[in-house]
Design a protein around this ligand. Structure first.
Ligand code: G3H
Length: 191
């Protein structure tokens, strides 16, 4: 199978190191959306596109969605819900909720944001999406977010669960996965 995962382009919150929310793309983020469209035209990419419902993801696929045979928006691909720390910078999170921040640093996999989700929750939220892709054997292009991409990699590759929150998911880079789901091979392509 062939699955490509991309984070949305750079958002205005990325520029400020802010968590969550539903921000728009920065100018650089829009440029990534355009480069991604060109990449999809020039390369052999899956025909089925699914995107998170959040603005930064939908703006990223705006330039390329017509290239795909099918396009679906899946709220299950929305970023981890950071509860009370949504919209804060990581610095503000550390200063306002020092104990919570320490707990997260000590166990990022199991830590659940107050009124939000944990990486373990995210692994469960994304499981049906991967099951559907595997069941229908549909090569798929997925546009989502950093924490969600990590959860998806857990389902698609052999990754130690504890390492899930620490997987490298750079901006403006596609994660190209080939092989059998559960043991796929990953190649990064900066675009
Ligand atoms: O806004 C959420 C981030 O993309 C997740 O990253 O779990 O490394 O803080 P983090």
């Amino acid at each position: 199978m062939h699955i490509i995962i991309s984070r949305h382009g750079e958002s205005n919150y990325n520029l400020e190191n802010r968590i969550g929310g539903d921000p728009s793309l920065s100018a650089r983020g829009h440029e990534y959306g355009k480069r991604l469209a060109k990449y999809c035209k020039d390369n052999d990419v899956p025909e089925h596109l699914i995107s998170s419902q959040l603005v930064r993801a939908r703006q990223t696929v705006f330039y390329s969605s017509k290239i795909f045979s099918t396009y679906e928006i899946c709220p299950e691909l929305n970023e981890i819900n950071a509860g009370v720390v949504e919209h804060l910078t990581y610095e503000e999170f550390k200063n306002r909720y020092p104990d919570e921040h320490k707990r997260r640093m000590n166990d990022k996999l199991n830590f659940r944001y107050l009124e939000g989700e944990s990486y373990v929750d995210l692994i469960e939220r994304t499981r049906p999406i991967v099951e559907e892709i595997v069941k229908t054997e549909k090569d798929t292009f997925i546009v989502c977010h950093r924490a969600v991409a990590r959860a998806l990699l857990f389902h698609l590759m052999k990754i130690d669960k504890k390492q899930v929150p620490h997987q490298e998911i750079p901006l403006h880079t596609i994660l190209d996965l080939t092989g059998k789901p559960g043991e796929m091979n990953l190649t990064y392509h900066e675009i």
